[in-house]
Design a protein around this ligand. Sequence first.
Ligand code: 5GP
Ligand code: ZN
Length: 143
Amino acid sequence: MNNNCIFCKIIGNEISSFTLYEDDDFKVIMDISPAAKGHAVLMPKKHIANVFEVEEEVASKAFGVAVKVAKAMKEELKCDGLNILQNSGEAAGQTVFHFHIHLIPRFKNDSVQITWACKSYGEGEAESIAAAIRKRLAKFLLP
Ligand code: 5GP
Ligand code: ZN
């Protein structure tokens, strides 16, 4: 529990929320400022700041919960699609620094914008960035 964290307060029921799902490890609530009706956020109960801090086991379990909630949303809201979004770091748009996954129901021709301007690589650039990340990744793949 982090005393300055709004999501920890929601988990501790100090701040109320509309809960879709809760178990020992996770809570899924309706977002207070939804991008679309039904927009929910899924959070581990343990205070973890972002994707760089989260344990893989927690992330795996979280995604399992996300899949179930997504299926329930599709059936109930009859949405045509759904965005799963996770912002880590201020630069990425994170505003609540307690790891969470957004589930945003989408409808054909809705006005929700989750978009970016496409960029391009210079000659050989994609290949060299891929090689550099691949090299770094090796240490995270160790058993
Ligand atoms: P982020 O920008 O960090 O990826 O997402 C944080 C989300 O938490 C935002 O979509 C915001 O609307 C939501 N949020 C912030 N404070 C509260 C709150 O007190 N209650 C609920 N239910 N959602 C919140
Ligand atoms: Zn927290």
